[in-house]
Ligand binder design. Structure first.
Ligand code: HEM
Length: 227
């Protein structure tokens, strides 16, 4: 089986480096995923308004509200497929963390709109494609979190003065849900996705379905953020 070295984010406490690499078996699927979604990844970044030099607390809150509107209904659809895979329910669901964080920021969850243009999740391959986008977003999320330390002073002030709920302690947030474990969580995810492909009857068709779903997930999320 071909082994290709994939550059992965290596996370060290207090910092992020993009230079290290990690070897994962059968990562041709990951290479394909990354290549096929590269354009969408670039496009979606245009609608994440958190990379500016100055970010207001309102912009941060608005982004989290939009994320809730997308992640909450989609994670509900993912649940039946993922509940027994890669500790998804226990470790990877973002909605509970998002809800906690938004409440901590003083927002009412029941007032937030929900996206109704979601990618179809009717097969394991579609679920994995969607999860690839969600899990991958923790890599960029870590960089954004680091950027916000200087770009969003209001948020930093709030973190110093307002006690965080238990779920958010150790600085866990929607954007950076795994903290120092980000690299490890990504590796575990890649391993679990690889296994799912191995279990499939036709690995080429399976890869195509995963990629198609990842693309749809990116597109639906972008359209939602664009509104
Ligand atoms: C301003 C916003 C964003 C920035 C700066 C950003 C940045 C990054 C970076 C630096 C990586 C690591 C690439 C590598 O290891 O070579 C990454 C990976 C990834 N990001 Fe983003 N990202 C952003 C938003 C998003 C969003 C909104 C999503 C989807 C919801 C997303 C999905 C992904 C995925 C799926 C990967 C994994 C790519 C792979 O290695 O296969 N990103 N991002």
């Amino acid at each position: 089986m071909t082994k290709i070295v994939l550059s992965l984010i290596s996370i060290v406490e207090g910092g992020v480096t993009l230079t290290s690499s990690s070897q994962i078996e059968n990562e041709s699927l990951f290479l394909q995923l990354r290549q096929a979604t590269a354009h969408e990844h670039e496009e979606i970044q245009k609608f994440v308004p958190l990379q500016k030099v100055q970010v207001s607390l309102l912009e941060y809150k608005n982004f989290l509200c939009a994320a809730l509107g997308f992640y909450r209904p989609l994670e509900l659809k993912l649940y039946p497929f993922m509940k027994e895979q890669c500790d998804w329910t226990a470790k990877r669901q973002r909605t509970p963390l998002l809800v906690t964080e938004l409440e901590w920021l003083g927002l009412r969850i029941d007032e937030q709109p929900e996206c109704n243009l979601l990618p179809p999740i009717a097969t394991p391959a579609q679920a994995w494609g969607c999860l690839y986008v969600f899990e991958g977003s923790t890599l960029g999320g870590k960089l954004i979190t680091r950027h916000l330390r200087t770009a969003c002073s209001e948020l930093m002030q709030l973190r110093e003065t307002e006690r965080m709920p238990e779920r958010m302690q150790k600085q866990k947030t929607f954007l950076d849900p795994y903290g120092a474990d980000t690299g490890q969580m990504w590796k575990e995810f890649c391993h679990a996705l690889t296994l799912s492909q191995k279990r499939s009857n036709d690995s080429t068709m399976y890869a195509q379905a995963v990629i198609a779903s990842a693309l749809q997930t990116f597109q639906c999320f972008r359209k939602w953020l664009q509104q």
